[in-house]
Design a protein around this ligand. Structure first.
Ligand code: PCA
Length: 217
């Protein structure tokens, strides 16, 4: 049976929860469109996050990897297009590290594109009444770092040649937004439902839709 790996992060930046892990954990053990879902919790730590993911990928090559992260302030499910080869941390990670302008992988390409059908996923979510968009930047903190590390592993490991992967940033949960008035949020159940649709769509679409989802700036 095909396996789908969904990763989520530990809470960071003073939060006590992270929607990305809550969503991944909720889906662990489910079967979506004939594939079994496995969840993996990652430390919000430069270096370690990629090491833990790399270890898991060695065990069993998944058909798909959906890496998830929290993006406080974003109002919808942000399906990331591109991972860039730079760490530039505005805050310290959970181990106290704050790299500035360092490559994720020395000598690696400047960027990798997601190999998930990002536009098909956004279209499917919107068709089900869920807010979603293509994002042109996953930032320069641990999420982009992990996304780049994932895509580098998929691009360079022969055993993972058939694995497709990418990254989705999630809005805050309502209980987080209640402590930060004005920030948008989506309930956990809605986020979990959205991920089910995203995974099913990615399994069904080897190729992406050709449909404008760019931004002017
Ligand atoms: N969000 C952070 C790192 C971990 C997470 O969930 C980010 O967007 O980089």
């Amino acid at each position: 049976m095909a396996m789908v790996l969904i990763t989520g992060f530990d809470p960071f930046g003073g939060e006590t929860v992270n929607p990305s892990w809550q969503v991944a954990e909720a889906l662990h053990g489910e079967r979506i469109a004939g594939a079994s879902v496995r969840a993996l919790r990652l430390p919000c730590v430069f270096g370690d996050a990629i090491a833990v993911l790399g270890h898991a990928l060695k065990h069993e090559p998944p058909a798909l990897v959906f890496a998830l992260g929290q993006a406080g302030g974003r109002c919808d499910l942000s399906v990331e297009r591109v991972a860039i080869n730079v760490d530039d941390a505005r805050i310290a990670d959970n181990a106290g590290a704050q790299p500035v302008d360092r490559p994720v992988v020395a000598g690696g390409p400047a960027a990798y594109f997601s190999t998930l059908p990002i536009k098909a996923v956004v279209a499917a979510l919107r068709a089900q009444g869920l807010p979603a968009s293509v994002s042109q930047s996953a930032g320069t903190f641990v999420c982009n770092h992990l996304f780049y590390g994932l895509m580098h592993l998929l691009a360079t490991s022969p055993a993972l040649a058939a694995t497709r992967g990418g990254f989705v940033h999630l809005p805050l949960l309502p209980e987080q937004a209640a402590r930060q008035p004005g920030l948008p949020s989506l309930p956990l159940g809605t986020q979990v439902h959205a991920l089910r649709i995203a995974v099913a769509t990615a399994l069904a679409h080897e190729r992406d839709l050709v449909q404008a989802e760019g931004s002017i700036a």
